[in-house]
Design a protein around this ligand. Structure first.
Ligand SMILES: *Cc1c(COP(=O)(O)O)cnc(C)c1O
Length: 387
């Protein structure tokens, strides 16, 4: 179905930060399959794990114990400070699990119609519940009736959430992205997550963080909340977790970890041996090679580079981001930049009409990063000069 309008290029080989199209042309990938291939394309250890596990055992279903799933759950718990984990096959499914936990948590407290506070400009997925939670009319339009039980608040505004707390006794949880991705790379103020944690504690709400894009090292720590000295009740992740293998995880601690009981939730092939073995290799590689820290440092280098290269350019409204999740907001819609970059062998993305988004692999070298900064800056300067 025409759910996407793909660019007219087909890739048939990948190696680290490089992609090769069917004519053999080479591209510097600055988007990593939308923050998925954090270890780069065809990372040797990931490839080896897929090959070995595919030859040994692919799927059995959750009717039986799965050692790789247990090992991955334990590793993620260790890395995150969470206690329990549910595995699905995508980010949206991870969020569906989080939403179900919040609703059941509310019902267990005797709240008949539990509500979840969600933010403007958020993105949580394309299933009916997650698109209803999403703060974008474009994502929702045509799919009404929306799923009920979401209360919307402006992002990065603690006062608005306090007002909701005073007026809405049905609220049971807050769900936000610690840095908004699809909404245009919005980094909240430093006290935001801590403030949310306190409001949730004061009101008996669950704090649910959607780290589907920010997780797995992308912003400088394994999960973004680890830069803010808080622990959420529920955290969801996907994208970078499987380096391309479809997997999503919903992690929880405390009461949220024990809310779902047998029969409440499930997935036929969520957490199967193949994806879990692969994701375990991904997590181990990220952690053992200190790649989250590397992402933070490299991101700083790249942002400094852009700030220098684009200083004083009137078309550039703001350069922002965290780690390797970066956005350059321009003064008018700039979708044509994607095709212009592609001609030069450079893969970038534009989100929210005016924001050039870069999500390079965590294994990108300094030299490759400097070359990316030079090329993207020149592209933007040429584009700006054309007006
Ligand atoms: C990509 C994304 C999702 C949806 O993930 P899918 O795997 O496409 O279902 C949800 N939340 C955030 C923050 C995302 O970036």
């Amino acid at each position: 179905m025409t759910t996407y309008k793909p660019l007219s290029v087909t890739f048939d080989k990948g190696d680290g930060v490089w992609l090769y199209d069917t004519d053999g042309k080479k591209y510097l990938d600055c988007i990593s399959g939308i923050a998925v291939c954090g270890l780069g394309h065809c990372h040797p250890r990931v490839t080896q794990t897929i090959q070995d596990q595919a030859a040994r055992l692919v799927h059995t279903s959750n009717l039986y114990r799965i050692s790789h799933q247990e090992a991955l759950g334990a590793k993620l718990a260790e890395v995150s400070g969470m206690e329990a984990c549910f595995f699905g096959n995508s980010g949206a499914e991870a969020n569906e699990c989080a939403i179900k936990i919040a609703r059941l948590y509310g019902h267990n407290k005797g709240i008949e119609k539990p509500a979840i506070v969600v933010a403007d400009h958020s993105f949580h997925g394309r299933t009916l519940a997650t698109l209803s939670a999403t703060g974008s009319r474009k994502v929702q339009a045509g799919f009404e009736p929306l799923v009920q039980g979401f209360v919307r608040a402006p992002y990065d505004n603690l006062e608005a959430i306090r007002t909701i707390a005073e007026n809405n006794p049905s609220v049971v949880a807050v769900m936000v992205e610690p840095v908004q991705g699809e909404g245009g790379i919005h980094v909240p103020k430093d006290d935001y997550l801590k403030g949310l944690r306190k409001i949730c504690d004061d009101n008996g709400w669950l704090l649910i963080l959607d780290e589907i894009q920010t997780g797995n090292g992308r912003t400088g720590t394994y999960f973004h909340y680890q830069q803010h000295d808080i622990v959420p009740d529920v955290v969801t992740t996907a994208k970078g977790l499987g380096n391309g293998m479809p997997i999503g995880a919903c992690l929880a601690q405390g009461e949220a970890a024990n809310t779902l009981k047998p029969g409440n939730h499930g997935s036929t092939y969520g957490g199967n041996p193949l994806v879990c073995a692969t994701a375990l290799t991904v997590v181990n590689t990220l952690v053992n090679e200190n790649l989250p820290q590397r992402a933070g440092e490299l991101g700083q280098r790249i942002m400094d580079g852009f700030r220098t290269a684009l200083a004083g350019n009137k078309a550039v409204k703001q350069i922002r981001g965290k780690g390797l999740m970066m956005g350059i907001e321009l003064n008018r819609p700039c979708a044509e930049l994607v095709g212009q970059a592609m001609e030069q062998g450079l893969l970038i993305n534009v989100t929210s009409d005016k924001v050039v988004r870069l999500l390079p692999a965590l294994v990108m070298s300094d030299e490759q990063a400097d070359s990316m900064v030079a090329s993207v800056s020149q592209l933007i300067k040429d584009w700006a000069a054309q007006q």
